[in-house]
Design a protein. Structure first.
Length: 341
């Protein structure tokens, strides 16, 4: 069976007996067309089933009404909630979204940014724990604005939306120390990443200093961002004689908690756990996990709103947006866990 050919702008112009420019003006909402002609063009579009191509429609305006989103893991609940906020605001402003998954591989991140640029997207939102030098160089070469969501550069050179990671980790660490823990483990990602070394680790070190406890680097652990990695790092946490842990990822936190329970350690009586992303993983387990609560949807939504302003050549009043966070106390910390600044 022969496939039906899609109608083109030429077919519409021929049906009505007008120029291509006239059809284009109607499609793009230009008011400089007589009402009677506009009605005829719209009727022909409906009859022929013509669907304007977004790229072709943007040739005159230099816009494709498409934005690109670079995600490290589309299955990760934290990033998927950010993506929901991005997508809702994008739809509000009539932008289509192209989503790319990179597995947080710098080579794939560079390729993703390049590929989105070749598709002539109007802007890009980048999510992930780190932007290496090659990725930053690629972003700098792209002729489109870029906003970071839940991600940071070491020098704040790109617009971004985040929480105050230093304060969040500091508050959580101090609360655990007040609960009587002298050896609190910090489980984070690679220390080569700015978000870990300059923010999470700093918050942890600040808390120790404020509480009069010496920093012990043997209590700082790096881990991959998954459940199995949490089970593995838990063995090292136990060997370090830690009695509490703060983690940067909910799956990692579950791995640590279940390892402890499997070994007969009572949570939270003998070991307390605080995580950072407050996804469904932290809520549906028993015990549910105490977590730093980030406004994930809002981070994505605000990042997209910032991008719309940049795409319209507006000046941002603030390029580094920090949204408020809270601590959700649940079953992996003792009831008297007290959060103070």
């Amino acid at each position: 069976m022969k496939k039906k050919q899609s109608a083109t702008i030429y077919d519409v112009a021929s049906r009505v007996g007008v120029s291509l420019a006239t059809v284009s003006r109607v499609v793009n909402g230009n008011t400089n067309v007589r009402e009677s002609t506009k009605r005829k063009v719209l009727a022909a579009i409906d009859e022929l089933g013509y669907h304007p191509n977004a790229v072709a429609r943007g040739l005159a305006s230099k816009k494709t009404t498409t934005i690109g989103v670079v995600m490290p893991d589309v299955t990760d609940m934290y990033y998927s909630e950010l993506a929901r906020g991005i997508d809702d605001v994008a739809n509000m402003y009539h932008y289509d979204v192209l989503l790319t998954n990179t597995d947080e591989d710098p080579v794939r991140e560079t390729m993703a940014v390049n590929n989105l640029a070749t598709k002539q997207v109007d802007g890009i939102i980048f999510m992930g724990n780190e932007l290496d030098r090659e990725v930053l160089n690629t972003i700098a070469s792209v002729d489109a604005p870029v906003v970071l969501a839940g991600s940071l550069t070491s020098d704040g050179s790109l617009p971004s939306v985040n929480i105050d990671y230093v304060a969040a980790i500091r508050e959580s660490t101090k609360a655990l120390i007040r609960n009587g823990h002298q050896r609190v483990a910090l489980v984070i990602g690679p220390l080569t990443h700015a978000i870990n070394k300059q923010y999470r680790l700093k918050g942890y070190q600040d808390a120790l200093e404020e509480m009069g406890i010496d920093y012990d680097e043997s209590l700082v652990f790096t881990s991959h961002q998954d459940y199995a990695a949490g089970m593995q790092v838990a063995e090292r946490v136990t060997a370090a004689k830690a009695t509490a842990a703060i983690t940067y990822d909910d799956e990692v936190a579950l791995g640590i908690m279940n390892y402890m329970i499997d070994k007969g350690v009572k949570v939270p009586d003998d070991f307390e756990v605080v995580t950072s992303n407050n996804t469904k993983f932290a809520i549906v387990t028993r015990p549910a996990v105490t977590s730093i609560s980030q406004p994930k949807y809002d981070i994505g939504a605000v990042a997209m709103r910032m991008l719309t302003k940049l795409m319209n050549n507006e000046i941002l009043e603030d390029t580094q947006i920090t949204l408020p966070h809270t601590i959700e106390r649940r079953g992996t910390t003792k009831n008297d866990l007290e959060i103070k600044m």
